[in-house]
Design a protein around this ligand. Structure first.
Ligand code: BGC
Length: 743
C-alpha cells in the first residue's frame, strides 16, 4: 500500500530522528551542497531501494524510501494545470473534491502571446498549484514542433518555430522551478504526430534535427535548467526514444550536460537492456504489475548476476535524487496555493494576450458595448468548456467561463442576447483506454436533418440581430485537437463553413470567433466575413478573454505561432502527397521537407499562406523607423538591432516586433529567412520606443554535421524587422569579417 505523503513524512521524521541521534546525517544537512547530500544518501541505499526509486509504483508515483525519509516522487500532468486525481492503479478519476486547479490557456495560446513573461507566470502558477497538490514533477511543458497542421497535439505545443518555442520553454521552466517544482519538458524527441505514435520511426537529416527539432529542448536544459526530460513514444532512426543512445546519452547527457532525470512517457519503455544502457532514468507507465517493469526486477537481477554495473544504477538514482532535491521533497517546502484570484488573473491576462485578430474589415471590431442593442451568439463552441476532458492536458476547473457567459456578463443586461446552437460539433462516445492511457472515442455526427434545422434557426436569429457573433472552431476528442489521433483534414466540423456563409448573407455584421488549437481552412467564407478572431482554448477564463477583445477592453496583441495554410497540400509535410512523408510508410516517416518547416517552407517555396506565421492585427497601428544594426565582439558572432517603434493610432496597444535573419548565397541550403529575436512592446497612443534586439552567434549560424558545431560564415547577412513573417518593415545588414564556430 502507498502511504499518503503526510503519513510517510511523519513516519520518516521519526526514523530520521532515530538516525540523527546516532550519527551525523549529511544528506539531511541543508547547509551542505546538494551533490554532497546526494552522494551521502546514495551510499545508504540498498540495491532494492535504489531499484524502487527508478520505476513507477502507481500511475503517477515512484520511489519512496520511508526508512530514510525519502518520500514518493509524485509526478503529474500536465502543461496547462494540475490534472484531476486518478486512481492509484487506474485512469478512472478518483472522484475527489480537492483536485480542482486553475487551467491556463493551452500551449499554442501561450505561444501566441509572444510574451515569455506570460509563460513564466504560467510556470509559477502551475508550480504553486502543484505544490498545493503535493506534486514534485510536472509533466510539461510540451515543446514538439508543429510539423503538420493535422497533429492532434498541436494545441498542446508552442507552434512551428524553434526560437519562439525555445523562449517559451525557458520562461515556463524557470517560472515553475522557481516554485520548487520540477518541469519535465516533453516529448524528446521528434514526436510530431499522433498517428502510430507508439511505434513510428522518424527519419530526418542531422541538420533538421539540430536546427528545427532540438533547439527548444536544448534551451530548456541549458538555459532553463529543466531537471526532467520525458522520452517520447516514437522511434528515432530505428531506436525507441526512451532507449535511444544518440538522443539521450550522446546529445542530452554528454553534449548538453543534462544533470536531471530522463522519464519515460507512460509505457514507452520496451526493453531492460535499452533502458539501462541508453539513458532512461525513471520508467513510468500504465501497465502492472510494477515489479515487472523493465527497470524493476529484471534490472535488479541483471545487477546481481553481473550483466549490468552498479555504476549504471547509481547514475540513474543520482539523477532521480537531484529531481527530488530540486523539488525540496526531502527538506519540505511551502504549502503552495490553488485557485487563487491571482492565479485566475494570470490566466486571464495570458488568455487576452494570446487571442489573435485575423481580420477586421471596416474596423467592425471592437464593438462598443453601449451601442449594441441585440446580439445573436451562434455556435456550439459558445457553450462548451474545454479544459477538462482532454487526455493528459485536462484540468478540472472550479469554473471555466464559456464564451456565451463571457459575452453575457460583459453586456451587463444592456443588450438582448439570443443564443442559437447553429451546428452540432462532433460528440464522442468514449470507450476503453489504450496501453498509454488514451481513451478511445467513436465520433458521432449529427444527422443531416438535425444540422439543417439547427442552421435554419441560427440564420433566422442572425437576421433579427444587430450583430452576429459566431463561435465555432474545433474541439477536443478523437480526430480533433487531442492526444492519440491526428485530424483528418483542415475543415471545420459540423458544416460550419456553409453555416457561416449563410449567417453573413443574413447579417453582414458577422464576427467569426474560432475556438481551436491548430490551423483550419477558411475556404468559401473568409472573403465574405468582415471580422475573424482566433481565440484558441483559453483555460479557466476563456469566455472573459474573448469578450474583453470583442468589446475593446483589451486591444488584441496575439500573433500566430504557426502558419495557417490555404489548403493542406500547401504545407510542407503534405505537399508531396506521399505517405512516406505523412503519416509514414511501413512504419517509417521521412521528414523529406528537412529544414523547411512552417513559414520556412512557405517563404522559400513562395507559397502564399492563408495567414502567415507571426501575423495578428491590433486596434491601433504601429510604425517602424530608424534601424541601426551594430556588430559586437569585433565583428565576430554577435550583433544588436535598434529601431524606433511608434504607436500611431489612438489606442494603447502592444506590438510583437520580429527579427528574421537571411543569409544570401549561403554555402549550404538555408531557409529564406528565420526568426532569431522578438519582443512584445506596449505603447500608449503616440508613444515611441527605441527597441533593442540582441543577436548571438547562433542567430546567424547553421549546424555543420561535419564539424559537429554551429558555423556562421564570414558574410553580410540581411536583418529583417517585421510585424509578421510576411510584413517586413525595415531591413539592415550584419557583416562578419571572419567565420565563427560554436558548440
Ligand atoms: C502522454 C504524456 C503524459 C503521460 C501521462 C502520455 O500518454 O503522451 O504527455 O504526460 O501520458 O499522462
Amino acid at each position: 500500500m502507498l502511504l499518503p505523503r503526510t503519513r510517510l513524512l511523519a513516519w520518516a521524521l521519526l526514523s530520521v530522528a532515530a538516525v540523527r541521534a546516532e550519527e551525523t546525517v549529511p544528506y539531511l544537512d541543508r547547509s551542505l551542497a546538494s551533490e554532497v547530500r546526494i552522494k551521502d544518501l546514495l551510499s545508504r541505499l540498498t540495491l532494492e531501494e535504489k531499484i524502487g526509486l527508478i520505476h513507477a509504483n502507481s500511475k503517477f508515483a515512484a520511489g519512496g524510501v520511508a526508512r530514510l525519509g525519502i518520500p514518493l516522487t509524485w509526478t503529474d500532468d500536465g502543461p496547462d494545470g494540475v490534472r484531476e486525481e486518478v486512481g492509484q492503479d487506474s485512469w478512472v478519476p478518483a472522484g475527489r473534491t480537492d483536485d480542482f486547479a486553475t487551467a491556463m490557456p493551452v500551449g499554442i495560446a501561450m505561444a501566441a502571446t509572444w510574451n515569455p513573461a506570460m509563460t513564466e507566470a504560467e510556470g509559477r502558477v502551475i508550480g504553486e498549484e502543484a505544490r498545493a497538490r503535493n506534486k514534485d514533477v510536472m509533466l510539461g511543458p510540451g515543446l514538439n514542433i508543429m510539423r503538420t497542421p493535422l497533429n492532434g497535439r498541436n494545441y498542446d505545443y508552442f507552434g512551428e518555430d524553434p526560437w519562439l518555442t525555445s523562449r517559451m520553454t525557458v520562461a515556463y521552466v524557470k517560472g515553475m522551478q522557481s516554485e520548487q517544482v520540477v518541469a519535465c519538458i516533453k516529448h524528446f524527441a521528434a514526436n510530431n504526430q499522433e498517428t502510430e505514435r507508439n511505434a513510428v520511426d522518424v527519419e530526418m537529416s542531422e541538420r533538421t534535427l539540430r536546427e528545427i527539432y532540438l533547439p527548444a529542448f536544448e534551451a530548456g536544459v541549458r538555459e532553463g535548467g529543466a531537471m526532467a526530460v520525458m522520452g517520447a513514444y516514437n522511434r528515432f532512426r530505428g531506436d525507441f526514444c526512451c532507449e535511444n543512445d544518440y538522443l539521450l546519452n550522446t546529445i542530452l547527457k554528454k553534449e548538453w550536460k543534462f544533470p536531471g532525470a530522463v522519464i519515460s512517457d507512460w509505457n514507452a519503455t520496451h526493453t531492460t537492456r535499452g533502458a539501462v544502457l541508453h539513458g532512461l532514468d525513471l520508467e513510468m507507465g500504465t501497465r502492472g504489475p510494477y515489479a515487472d517493469y523493465y527497470l524493476a526486477k529484471a534490472y535488479e537481477e541483471g545487477i546481481k548476476n553481473g550483466t549490468y554495473s552498479m555504476a549504471s544504477l547509481d547514475d540513474k538514482v543520482r539523477r532521480n535524487l537531484r529531481m527530488l532535491f530540486a523539488a525540496a521533497a526531502i527538506d519540505g517546502r511551502g504549502p503552495g496555493s490553488i485557485n487563487t484570484p491571482a492565479h485566475r488573473a494570470a490566466a486571464l491576462r495570458a488568455n487576452e494576450e494570446g487571442i489573435v485578430l485575423l481580420k477586421n474589415e471596416g474596423r467592425l471590431l471592437p464593438l462598443d458595448p453601449n451601442q449594441v442593442h441585440s446580439v445573436a451568439v451562434i455556435g456550439d463552441n459558445a457553450v462548451r468548456t474545454f479544459a477538462a476532458g482532454v487526455n493528459s492536458a485536462g484540468v478540472k476547473t472550479f469554473h471555466e467561463t464559456t464564451v456565451l457567459e463571457g459575452i453575457t456578463a460583459r453586456l451587463h443586461g444592456q443588450a438582448d442576447i439570443t443564443f442559437s446552437q447553429g451546428y452540432r460539433g462532433p460528440e464522442q462516445k468514449k470507450g476503453k483506454r489504450d496501453a498509454t492511457g488514451v481513451q478511445s472515442a467513436e465520433v458521432l455526427a449529427a444527422s443531416a436533418l438535425e444540422q439543417q434545422n439547427l442552421a435554419d434557426r441560427a440564420v433566422k436569429a442572425a437576421g433579427a440581430a444587430e450583430v452576429v457573433l459566431f463561435i465555432g472552431g474545433l474541439g477536443h476528442g478523437a480526430y480533433g485537437d487531442d492526444e492519440g489521433t491526428d485530424r483528418k483534414d483542415l475543415s471545420l466540423p459540423g458544416h460550419q463553413a456553409e453555416l457561416i456563409s449563410r449567417l453573413v448573407a443574413a447579417n453582414r455584421r458577422t464576427v467569426v470567433v474560432l475556438v481551436s488549437g491548430s490551423p483550419v481552412e477558411m475556404d468559401g467564407w473568409l472573403e465574405q466575413v468582415p471580422a475573424v478572431v482566433e481565440a484558441w482554448y483559453g483555460g479557466s477564463t476563456a469566455g472573459e478573454g474573448v469578450a474583453a477583445v470583442i468589446f475593446g477592453d483589451v486591444n488584441p496583441s496575439g500573433k500566430l505561432p504557426c502558419t495557417f495554410p490555404r489548403r493542406l497540400k500547401d504545407s510542407p509535410a503534405h505537399a508531396s502527397g506521399l505517405a512516406r512523408q505523412f503519416p509514414g510508410e511501413n512504419g517509417v516517416v521521412h521528414y523529406d521537407e528537412g529544414l523547411l518547416v512552417g513559414y520556412r517552407w512557405f517563404d522559400t517555396k513562395k507559397i502564399q499562406p492563408l495567414f502567415p506565421f507571426g501575423f495578428g492585427l491590433s486596434y491601433t497601428n504601429f510604425a517602424y523607423s530608424h534601424l541601426a544594426v551594430t556588430m559586437g565582439n569585433n565583428g565576430v558572432g554577435s550583433a544588436v538591432a535598434k529601431f524606433d517603434l511608434t504607436n500611431t493610432g489612438s489606442r494603447a496597444g502592444a506590438e510583437v516586433v520580429q527579427l528574421y535573419v537571411r543569409e544570401p548565397q549561403a554555402p549550404v541550403d538555408r531557409p529564406e529567412k528565420e526568426l532569431k529575436a522578438f519582443a512584445k512592446v506596449f505603447l500608449k497612443p503616440g508613444e515611441t520606443q527605441r527597441v533593442e534586439l540582441q543577436l548571438g552567434q547562433r542567430a546567424f549560424a547553421y549546424y555543420s554535421p561535419a564539424l559537429k558545431a554551429w558555423v556562421a560564415d564570414a558574410r553580410t547577412y540581411d536583418v529583417l524587422i517585421g510585424s509578421s513573417s510576411r510584413d517586413i518593415r525595415l531591413q539592415g545588414k550584419a557583416t562578419f569579417a571572419q567565420p565563427s564556430v560554436s558548440r
